[in-house]
Unconditional design. Sequence first.
Length: 209
Amino acid sequence: MSTAAVALLHDMPGLTREREAVTEPLAERMLDAMRSLLATAPLDVLKAAAAAQTGAGSLATLVSHLAEASPALAAADPEAAAIARAAGEKGQLLESVPTISAAVAAQLLGMTTEGVRKKRLRHQLLAVEYGGEWRFPAFQFDPDGHVRDGVREVLAVVARIPITGLWAQLDFLVARDAVDDGSSVSGLIVAGRVSEALTVVANYGEGGA
């Protein structure tokens, strides 16, 4: 095992013999891939990865740009390339949709992050996981930090219609073709047009059922 891999696994809590048998070769493979990415990625990709708030976010940024960062790796592992493309699409979506962290959401709402997690699990707030953390689309909160009127009702309907996955739900809510004037469901919520937002979601559910 390389020195870098030894350092990575050093003093890792809970490292049993069974886990060690898996993590040692895994660490070697991951470090080899990381060296390739860091050596070949364009400077703008490296800067974007460095700007991420967490190490997981930096890794997600590099992987999402796999085809640019390391064409050889992308060609050698088509499945990884497909995962990278999906990660890239998620990143592009988040670039167009302002989000806040669970900690910031908790601060705005005057509750713990556990309370925010429960709201997410109950479909009272929408969040997507990216870069190792849950991101809450900011359109759900008004300027005073309260959950906007209609968010809970719209999400309750969205949870019952055939849109598989939180990312697909977010994409649906921000798509700019919900009504004839080009508004999105999220835009309708922000504008206080809750009844229209509910109608759009309900009609989609009937059409997709």
